[in-house]
Ligand binder design. Sequence first.
Ligand code: NCD
Length: 309
Amino acid sequence: MDFTDKDLVSIRDLDREQIEYILDLSKKMVPYARGEKVKRALDGKIMANLFFEPSTRTKLSFESAAYRLGCDVIDVSEMSMTSIAKGETLADTIRMVDAYCDAIVLRHPYEGAARLAADVSSKPVINAGDGAGSHPTQMLLDLFTMKEVKGSLDGLNVALVGDLKYGRTVHTLAQALTMFGVKLTLVAPESLQMPQDIVDNLKAKGCNPVKTSVLEDAISDADVLYVTRIQRERFPDPAEYQKVAGTYRIDNATLRTAKKDMIIMHPLPRVNEIATEVDDTPHARYFEQAFNGVPVRMAILCALMGGEM
Ligand code: NCD
C-alpha cells in the first residue's frame, strides 16, 4: 500500500484497508519503539513538529517515533516564538516550514487548520489535533490498543464517555469504529453529546449509537470504556464548564458490574474522571495506550515519508 506523500488530516483520509495496514505496521514497530531493535528507516529525513496548543504525549511520542527511525526533528511550541506573532499567516508559515522538512506535524487550536496546512504544503501534513475537530493519529493508536488487547475490533461494544461535543479524539474514533461494525454507546451530559453531523455520519455508515447521560447504563455491557476529559479550554463560557465539570468519575465502586475483561481507555490527560485506585486494576489500559503512541506514530511517519521497514 502506498502512502508516500499523503496527508493525514481527518478520518476522510483513511479507509478500513488503510487503517489495517497502519495497525499491522505499528505491530512490527513495537520492538523498535521499545529500543530493543534499531532500524534507521528515515535516516536523513526531517520532521517538523508545530505544536500551537499544549501537549505532552502527542508531541513527545512523535519526537520519540521520529528519533527511533533515525529521523531528525525541528520544532516550535508556541506561536509567540514564530513570525505568526509578527502577523504572518498560518499559510505562509507552513510554506516556509515546508521548505525546511519532509513532513509537518501540526497541532492548532482552530478546527480546519490542518486541512489548510495540507492545502499549501507540498510535504505530508499530519494533524495532531485541530481544535475540537479531528485527532486521527490518536484514533489509530486507540484502535491499535483495542485490537492488541481484544484480538479484534469487529463487533466490540464500545462506550464513549465524557465530553463528546468538544472532544476531537472521540469525533475521529467514533467514525473509525463504524468501519469495524462496533456497537457504540455515547455517554455524555445532554449539553455535551456528540455533534449531530457526526451522529448522522455514523448512521449513514450503518451504526446506530445509543445515547445516554447515565454512566451506569453503559458499564455492564461494555467491552471498552473510552473515557475523556471535559475540554475546559473549548467552552465559550466558564460558567457552562462549571455546570458539567466532574459529571462522571469512575472508581472501583462504579466498576462493580463491569465485565471482568472490560478495558478502560483514556487519551489522557485525565483531570478527575478516573480515580487513581482504578490504575491498579486489570481494566486500566491508558498508560499502555499512551506508550502505543510511539509504535503507531512510527508506522505513520514511515508510511507517509517513504521509509522501508
Ligand atoms: C487529547 C487531545 O489533545 O485532544 N490528548 C491527547 O492528544 N492525548 C485529549 C485531551 O486533551 O483531553
